[in-house]
Design a protein around this ligand. Structure first.
Ligand SMILES: NC(=O)c1ccc[n+]([C@@H]2O[C@H](COP(=O)([O-])OP(=O)(O)OC[C@H]3O[C@@H](n4cnc5c(N)ncnc54)[C@H](OP(=O)(O)O)[C@@H]3O)[C@@H](O)[C@H]2O)c1
Length: 241
């Protein structure tokens, strides 16, 4: 029996990269995954690839910077499954640029996707999870949730530090309300994905998305009353601060 048999999970940004590897691993462990991204073709490929596994992919094309799209995802979950066990807030962008000439719209969009969309998904998720009095929410942060890296990615660091603050606040609120809902983060260093390596050059010593997927499965398969709060994962060579 898989570790996630009969579990329902929403994973944002699961068309490629970390979200995709996580969706594949979750399905292998018996999970029903609502796989969210904007590129239908990638979601279809994921669905096809995981066809004969224990669990199942429900591809869900949505732009999570649009509140109405987020509502459609969680309306679907409520109507179809009547419960939600896991939310992985993974979709994100990582614009870099100096403070002297950073495009202000890019900065704003980074905050919008990396924090506000996580808020929208979390709000809908906790409303479902509170009724069940259980659930696991993991936000994919970054080493930049803890350190600002080389200094040329202010938008990204601001968004990922912000996501850390949001994670802590929601975790505390669940405790204050005596709700058995775990809220935490997984914070990767350099992972070889199209986000960081769009040209798909060989990056032998970077983390693989599957390593982060393993961390995510660990975070959500602990007992219901255990909170895995923050896992920071980077390759030994990466000087993160
Ligand atoms: N790669 C790294 O080195 C690294 C390190 C630390 C943290 N992270 C974090 O890990 C997360 C995933 O990164 P990744 O490297 O796997 O990125 P990626 O390869 O670029 O994948 C991002 C995924 O998010 C989806 N997405 C983007 N905008 C979206 C939107 N508005 N609505 C719905 N889905 C959207 C993308 O699909 P569509 O474009 O088709 O929508 C894609 O499936 C991000 O939060 C990132 O900050 C990555």
């Amino acid at each position: 029996m898989g570790k996630l048999e009969n579990k329902i999970a929403v994973i944002t940004g699961s068309g490629r990269g970390i979200g995709r590897a996580t969706a594949e691993l979750f399905v292998k462990e018996g999970c029903i995954v609502i796989a969210v991204s904007r590129t239908e073709k990638e979601l279809k490929e994921l669905e096809e690839k995981t066809k004969n596994k224990e669990g199942k992919i429900f591809p869900f094309k949505a732009d999570i910077t649009m509140k109405e799209d987020v509502d459609k995802i969680f309306d679907f979950v409520e109507n179809e499954f009547k419960k939600l066990d896991i939310l992985i807030n993974n979709a994100g962008v990582a614009p870099s640029g100096s403070i002297f000439d950073m495009d202000s719209e890019k900065f704003l969009y980074c905050l919008k996707l990396n924090i506000w969309s996580a808020f929208l998904c979390t709000q809908r998720a906790v409303r479902i999870m509170a009724k069940q009095n259980k659930g696991k929410i993991i936000n994919v942060g970054s080493v930049c949730s803890h350190w600002t890296g080389t200094g040329n990615a202010g938008a990204y660091a601001a968004s990922k530090y912000g996501l850390k603050g949001f994670t802590e606040a929601v975790m505390r609120e669940m405790q204050n309300r005596n709700l058995n809902i775990s809220v935490g983060m997984v914070c990767p260093g350099l992972v070889d994905t199209t986000l960081t390596n769009p040209e798909r050059e060989i990056k032998g010593n970077w983390l693989q998305p599957e390593t982060i997927a393993q961390a995510l499965i660990f975070a959500v398969t602990n007992p219901e009353d255990v909170n895995v709060y923050d896992m920071i994962i980077f390759p030994n060579w990466q000087k993160v601060w």
